[in-house]
Design a protein around this ligand. Structure first.
Ligand SMILES: Nc1ncnc2c1ncn2[C@@H]1O[C@H](COP(=O)(O)OP(=O)(O)O)[C@@H](O)[C@H]1O
Ligand SMILES: [Mg+2]
Length: 389
């Protein structure tokens, strides 16, 4: 388009009226287009001529920095048009010293909110000559805010990792204390009953305290990384059926028979479907890999007292006691390509649902995971009321 205009201008004297009109229309259309482009930009643009007078300004620039009132185009040096003294000074100094500057930052008050502006001065070069300058203004407040949030999140995450590391380290000596406690118990069992009894009572207290500490540490480890669970009324059976649909093919391929035993009278439970489905899926996946030669997967739900129970059983390879004690720990895996975080997530999801998880496993026989979830308060009241009448 521009080439066409230039060529037309070169032979302007030879053009007739109609052609000149067409040329003017083309130029006007292009002008209009450029103005629209400039005004659609989020960045502010101010263009000056060789004498530093403002020759072009877009809408964003007028929005981003306060400009002097009255006629601003072509009248006076651009720094006299810019009302903010800091930016005005910066522009004057840079232009008078012929400096190009990139990303100089200024804080501006925008109706009580501080906005950060990044200003750059770029020479306007035309046919190898500097014809003026472009002052570019970019509002980087959002970006700065995001960076600050990210920094805070990172430092929080590293603090969390540190705390989790310390908690993890506490578990080892605790385990050792527990073992020695058992050794003492063994020795004590050889004493006279009258002598052994008080010592055993003390040892029982120590054992209890060890368990308590262990639970605190484990809970802490999972609590430090918050989850954005969103509990809503949900049908656990439907969720399970849905999830089993996903693995049906895999079960068939692995020669695993599926037995569903879902309690149809299970009330609605407070569930985050996304997380809970993931948790159940992790358990089922583990069960599948525990049965490399096929087997039986049993999934059952039932209510017991004020709790709902979800059981996932397999008759696979099972676990040793030593493995079982570690399975919920982050990164613990016995698989060549395991991540060791599947059950960590399961544990955390269950805790987020105010529930509990337990495991029974026998090497060579199989494993059963039981998740208990609280029934909603409403149900309990209803039962209580029925009982009273
Ligand atoms: N159903 C199961 N049968 C036998 N072992 C299991 C079962 N579920 C989990 N495990 C053991 O727990 C470990 C941790 O499981 P998980 O956290 O899901 O990590 P991953 O599956 O990546 O190894 C497994 O490596 C395995 O040793
Ligand atoms: Mg797993």
């Amino acid at each position: 388009m521009r080439g066409f205009v230039r060529r037309a201008l070169e032979k302007l004297s030879k053009l007739d009226g109609e052609q000149i009109e067409q040329l003017l229309q083309t130029v006007a259309a292009e002008n209009e287009r450029l103005a629209v482009v400039l005004d659609s930009m989020n960045d502010g643009v101010l263009v000056t001529d060789e004498e530093h007078r403002l020759i072009l300004v877009n809408k964003a620039a007028e929005r981003l920095i306060p400009l002097a009132s009255g006629r601003i185009i072509g009248d006076r040096p651009v720094w006299q048009v810019i009302a903010d003294p800091d930016i005005s000074d910066f522009v004057q100094t840079s232009l008078e010293n012929d400096e190009s500057v990139s990303d100089r930052e200024f804080a501006l008050d925008h109706g009580g909110v501080t906005r950060i502006l990044s200003c750059s001065l770029i020479p306007l070069v035309q046919a190898g000559h500097i014809r003026g300058n472009i002052l570019q203004l970019v509002d980087i407040s959002e970006k700065r805010g995001r960076e600050a949030r990210l920094r805070r999140a990172e430092s929080l995450a590293s603090l969390t990792t540190l705390a989790a590391g310390v908690a993890h380290e506490i578990k080892n000596p605790l385990g050792s204390i527990g073992i020695h406690n058992q050794l003492i118990q063994k020795q004590v069992s050889q004493l006279e009953p009258a002598e052994a009894e008080p010592i055993n009572a003390y040892l029982a207290v120590i054992n209890e305290e060890i368990d308590r500490l262990n639970k605190i540490v484990v809970d802490f480890l999972f609590a430090v990384r918050p989850m954005d669970t969103n509990l809503e009324d949900g049908d656990l059976n439907a969720l399970i059926a849905d999830m089993l649909g996903f693995v049906q093919y895999e079960l068939e391929q692995s020669g695993i028979e599926l037995i569903r035993d879902l309690d149809e009278n299970l009330p609605q439970l407070k569930i985050d479907p996304k997380y809970f489905k993931q948790a159940v899926m992790n358990l089922v996946k583990n069960a599948i890999s525990a049965m490399p030669d096929g087997g039986m997967l049993r999934v059952s739900t039932q209510t017991r007292g004020d709790q709902a129970l979800l059981r996932i059983s397999d008759n696979g390879i099972g676990m040793t006691e030593e493995v079982r004690d570690k399975i919920f720990e982050p990164y613990f895996t016995t698989k060549d390509f395991g991540s060791g975080i599947g059950l960590t997530l399961v544990y955390k999801v269950v805790k987020e649902h105010m529930g509990d998880i337990s495991v029974i496993s026998k090497e060579g026989h199989g494993t059963t995971f039981t998740i208990t979830l609280p029934l909603p308060q409403r149900e309990k009241h209803l039962l209580g009321w029925k009982g009273d009448s």
